[in-house]
Design a protein around this ligand. Structure first.
Ligand SMILES: [Zn+2]
Length: 243
Protein backbone atom coordinates (compact mmCIF):
# COMPACT_ATOMS: atom_id res chain seq x y z
CA UNK A 1 0.00 0.00 0.00
CA UNK A 2 2.73 2.40 1.03
CA UNK A 3 4.84 1.52 -2.02
CA UNK A 4 1.88 1.96 -4.37
CA UNK A 5 1.19 5.33 -2.78
CA UNK A 6 4.81 6.42 -3.14
CA UNK A 7 4.83 5.38 -6.77
CA UNK A 8 1.63 7.33 -7.46
CA UNK A 9 2.93 10.45 -5.77
CA UNK A 10 6.58 10.29 -6.72
CA UNK A 11 6.70 7.90 -9.64
CA UNK A 12 9.33 5.94 -7.71
CA UNK A 13 10.87 2.65 -8.78
CA UNK A 14 13.39 0.32 -7.23
CA UNK A 15 16.79 1.03 -8.82
CA UNK A 16 17.62 -2.66 -8.55
CA UNK A 17 14.63 -4.44 -10.11
CA UNK A 18 12.40 -1.64 -11.41
CA UNK A 19 9.48 -2.60 -9.17
CA UNK A 20 7.22 0.45 -8.53
CA UNK A 21 7.50 1.90 -5.06
CA UNK A 22 10.47 2.73 -2.93
CA UNK A 23 13.90 3.55 -4.37
CA UNK A 24 15.27 0.25 -3.08
CA UNK A 25 12.77 -2.53 -2.47
CA UNK A 26 13.08 -4.84 0.51
CA UNK A 27 14.17 -7.80 -1.63
CA UNK A 28 16.95 -5.85 -3.36
CA UNK A 29 18.08 -4.37 -0.03
CA UNK A 30 18.22 -7.85 1.49
CA UNK A 31 20.30 -8.97 -1.49
CA UNK A 32 23.05 -6.39 -0.92
CA UNK A 33 26.50 -7.82 -0.12
CA UNK A 34 27.07 -8.58 3.56
CA UNK A 35 30.77 -8.26 4.29
CA UNK A 36 33.47 -5.92 2.95
CA UNK A 37 36.45 -7.23 1.01
CA UNK A 38 40.02 -5.98 0.47
CA UNK A 39 39.84 -4.08 -2.82
CA UNK A 40 43.34 -3.66 -4.24
CA UNK A 41 43.24 -2.08 -7.69
CA UNK A 42 45.28 -3.83 -10.40
CA UNK A 43 47.92 -2.50 -10.44
CA UNK A 44 47.74 -0.71 -7.07
CA UNK A 45 49.20 2.80 -6.86
CA UNK A 46 52.55 2.67 -5.03
CA UNK A 47 52.12 3.08 -1.29
CA UNK A 48 48.32 2.91 -1.28
CA UNK A 49 46.92 2.30 2.22
CA UNK A 50 44.77 -0.81 2.74
CA UNK A 51 41.60 -0.43 0.64
CA UNK A 52 38.29 -2.00 1.64
CA UNK A 53 35.08 -2.01 -0.38
CA UNK A 54 31.62 -3.26 0.57
CA UNK A 55 30.66 -4.51 -2.88
CA UNK A 56 31.72 -4.90 -6.48
CA UNK A 57 30.74 -1.89 -8.57
CA UNK A 58 28.01 -3.65 -10.52
CA UNK A 59 24.30 -4.40 -10.55
CA UNK A 60 22.09 -2.89 -7.87
CA UNK A 61 24.98 -1.23 -6.01
CA UNK A 62 26.11 0.55 -9.16
CA UNK A 63 22.55 1.75 -9.83
CA UNK A 64 22.31 2.99 -6.24
CA UNK A 65 25.55 4.97 -6.44
CA UNK A 66 24.60 6.61 -9.74
CA UNK A 67 21.01 7.40 -8.69
CA UNK A 68 22.16 8.96 -5.40
CA UNK A 69 24.95 10.95 -7.01
CA UNK A 70 23.43 12.07 -10.30
CA UNK A 71 19.67 11.96 -9.70
CA UNK A 72 19.65 12.96 -6.04
CA UNK A 73 17.64 9.93 -4.91
CA UNK A 74 18.29 10.67 -1.25
CA UNK A 75 16.27 7.65 -0.07
CA UNK A 76 19.32 5.61 -1.09
CA UNK A 77 21.64 7.42 1.28
CA UNK A 78 20.99 5.17 4.23
CA UNK A 79 21.56 1.82 2.49
CA UNK A 80 24.65 3.27 0.76
CA UNK A 81 25.94 4.58 4.08
CA UNK A 82 25.41 1.13 5.58
CA UNK A 83 27.65 -0.32 2.87
CA UNK A 84 30.30 2.35 3.44
CA UNK A 85 30.16 1.76 7.20
CA UNK A 86 30.83 -1.91 6.51
CA UNK A 87 33.99 -1.00 4.61
CA UNK A 88 35.16 1.27 7.48
CA UNK A 89 34.63 -1.34 10.20
CA UNK A 90 37.82 -3.40 9.55
CA UNK A 91 39.83 -0.16 9.82
CA UNK A 92 38.17 1.21 12.96
CA UNK A 93 40.28 -0.37 15.69
CA UNK A 94 40.63 2.96 17.55
CA UNK A 95 39.39 6.53 17.23
CA UNK A 96 38.97 7.22 13.53
CA UNK A 97 38.31 10.28 11.43
CA UNK A 98 36.47 9.62 8.19
CA UNK A 99 37.63 11.97 5.46
CA UNK A 100 35.62 12.10 2.22
CA UNK A 101 37.50 12.66 -1.01
CA UNK A 102 36.61 16.18 -2.15
CA UNK A 103 34.53 16.67 -5.25
CA UNK A 104 35.98 18.88 -7.94
CA UNK A 105 35.11 22.57 -7.49
CA UNK A 106 31.88 23.26 -9.29
CA UNK A 107 30.77 19.64 -9.35
CA UNK A 108 28.89 19.68 -6.07
CA UNK A 109 27.53 23.09 -6.97
CA UNK A 110 26.23 21.71 -10.25
CA UNK A 111 24.78 18.62 -8.55
CA UNK A 112 23.36 20.66 -5.67
CA UNK A 113 24.89 18.28 -3.13
CA UNK A 114 28.15 16.60 -2.18
CA UNK A 115 27.26 12.89 -2.29
CA UNK A 116 30.53 11.51 -0.94
CA UNK A 117 30.50 13.82 2.06
CA UNK A 118 26.84 13.02 2.74
CA UNK A 119 27.52 9.27 2.66
CA UNK A 120 30.61 9.64 4.84
CA UNK A 121 28.68 11.58 7.48
CA UNK A 122 25.84 9.08 7.45
CA UNK A 123 28.27 6.15 7.74
CA UNK A 124 29.89 7.87 10.73
CA UNK A 125 26.51 8.20 12.43
CA UNK A 126 25.73 4.50 11.90
CA UNK A 127 29.10 3.45 13.33
CA UNK A 128 28.74 5.70 16.38
CA UNK A 129 25.42 4.00 17.14
CA UNK A 130 27.37 0.72 17.16
CA UNK A 131 29.81 2.21 19.67
CA UNK A 132 32.73 3.08 17.40
CA UNK A 133 34.67 6.28 18.10
CA UNK A 134 34.19 7.73 14.64
CA UNK A 135 33.72 11.23 13.29
CA UNK A 136 33.52 12.58 9.76
CA UNK A 137 35.50 15.67 8.81
CA UNK A 138 35.98 17.41 5.50
CA UNK A 139 39.73 17.83 5.82
CA UNK A 140 40.54 17.79 2.11
CA UNK A 141 40.00 20.42 -0.52
CA UNK A 142 40.39 20.17 -4.24
CA UNK A 143 42.71 22.68 -5.84
CA UNK A 144 40.86 22.68 -9.15
CA UNK A 145 42.34 22.46 -12.61
CA UNK A 146 41.61 18.74 -12.69
CA UNK A 147 40.02 17.21 -15.77
CA UNK A 148 37.13 14.76 -15.53
CA UNK A 149 38.58 11.32 -14.77
CA UNK A 150 36.15 9.41 -16.97
CA UNK A 151 37.88 7.76 -19.90
CA UNK A 152 41.40 8.18 -18.49
CA UNK A 153 43.57 5.13 -17.88
CA UNK A 154 45.36 4.50 -14.59
CA UNK A 155 48.54 6.42 -15.48
CA UNK A 156 46.62 9.37 -16.89
CA UNK A 157 44.40 9.48 -13.80
CA UNK A 158 47.39 9.52 -11.51
CA UNK A 159 49.15 12.37 -13.32
CA UNK A 160 45.86 14.27 -13.68
CA UNK A 161 45.41 14.12 -9.91
CA UNK A 162 48.98 14.60 -8.67
CA UNK A 163 49.05 17.52 -6.24
CA UNK A 164 45.36 18.23 -6.86
CA UNK A 165 44.26 17.98 -3.21
CA UNK A 166 45.35 19.83 -0.12
CA UNK A 167 44.56 19.88 3.58
CA UNK A 168 43.52 23.41 4.60
CA UNK A 169 45.33 24.08 7.84
CA UNK A 170 42.51 24.97 10.25
CA UNK A 171 40.80 21.58 10.01
CA UNK A 172 44.04 19.75 10.66
CA UNK A 173 45.22 22.04 13.47
CA UNK A 174 42.20 21.04 15.54
CA UNK A 175 43.29 17.41 15.26
CA UNK A 176 47.01 17.82 15.79
CA UNK A 177 48.46 16.14 18.85
CA UNK A 178 45.67 13.59 19.04
CA UNK A 179 46.19 9.94 18.29
CA UNK A 180 43.81 9.62 15.42
CA UNK A 181 43.77 7.38 12.43
CA UNK A 182 42.29 8.67 9.25
CA UNK A 183 40.20 6.63 6.82
CA UNK A 184 39.74 8.07 3.34
CA UNK A 185 36.17 7.52 2.13
CA UNK A 186 34.91 7.40 -1.43
CA UNK A 187 31.91 6.00 -3.25
CA UNK A 188 33.73 4.02 -5.94
CA UNK A 189 37.32 2.79 -6.01
CA UNK A 190 38.54 2.41 -9.59
CA UNK A 191 42.30 2.74 -10.19
CA UNK A 192 42.97 4.00 -6.65
CA UNK A 193 44.48 7.24 -8.00
CA UNK A 194 41.95 9.48 -6.25
CA UNK A 195 42.33 7.68 -2.93
CA UNK A 196 46.13 7.75 -3.24
CA UNK A 197 46.12 11.51 -3.86
CA UNK A 198 43.84 12.03 -0.84
CA UNK A 199 46.21 9.89 1.25
CA UNK A 200 49.23 11.89 0.03
CA UNK A 201 47.61 15.22 0.97
CA UNK A 202 46.62 13.95 4.45
CA UNK A 203 50.07 12.50 5.11
CA UNK A 204 51.69 15.74 3.93
CA UNK A 205 49.66 17.44 6.69
CA UNK A 206 51.05 15.00 9.28
CA UNK A 207 48.06 12.68 9.58
CA UNK A 208 48.28 8.90 9.63
CA UNK A 209 46.10 7.21 7.02
CA UNK A 210 44.88 3.83 8.25
CA UNK A 211 43.16 2.82 5.05
CA UNK A 212 40.66 3.51 2.31
CA UNK A 213 36.95 2.67 2.54
CA UNK A 214 34.64 2.63 -0.47
CA UNK A 215 31.04 1.65 -1.09
CA UNK A 216 32.14 -0.29 -4.16
CA UNK A 217 35.19 -1.20 -6.21
CA UNK A 218 35.43 -1.92 -9.91
CA UNK A 219 36.29 -5.53 -10.62
CA UNK A 220 39.67 -6.59 -11.95
CA UNK A 221 39.58 -7.16 -15.64
CA UNK A 222 40.18 -10.56 -17.11
CA UNK A 223 43.07 -11.20 -19.49
CA UNK A 224 41.10 -13.20 -22.05
CA UNK A 225 40.04 -10.00 -23.78
CA UNK A 226 43.53 -8.50 -23.67
CA UNK A 227 43.63 -7.32 -27.27
CA UNK A 228 40.48 -5.24 -26.97
CA UNK A 229 39.59 -2.00 -25.33
CA UNK A 230 36.65 -1.76 -23.00
CA UNK A 231 34.08 1.03 -23.17
CA UNK A 232 36.02 3.30 -20.82
CA UNK A 233 39.03 3.26 -23.12
CA UNK A 234 41.26 1.32 -20.73
CA UNK A 235 43.68 -0.94 -22.51
CA UNK A 236 42.84 -4.27 -20.95
CA UNK A 237 46.23 -5.79 -21.66
CA UNK A 238 47.79 -3.26 -19.31
CA UNK A 239 45.58 -4.46 -16.48
CA UNK A 240 45.59 -7.78 -14.74
CA UNK A 241 49.32 -8.40 -15.19
CA UNK A 242 49.53 -9.49 -11.56
CA UNK A 243 46.94 -12.21 -11.96
ZN1 LIG B 1 14.13 -4.15 -6.11
Amino acid sequence: MRDVFLDLVLGGRCVGCGRPGRALCRACEDGLPEGPHPAWPTPPPAGLAMPWAAAPYAGTVREMVVAHKERRVFALRRPLARLLAGAVRPLASGPVILVPVPSRPGTSRARGHDPTYALTRAAGRLLRIEGYAVAAARLLASRGGVADQAGLDAAARASNLAGSMCCPSDGVRRLSGRRLRVVVCDDVLTTGATAREAQRALEAAGLEVAGIAAVAATQRRVRTVSSHRDSSGLRLSSLGDND
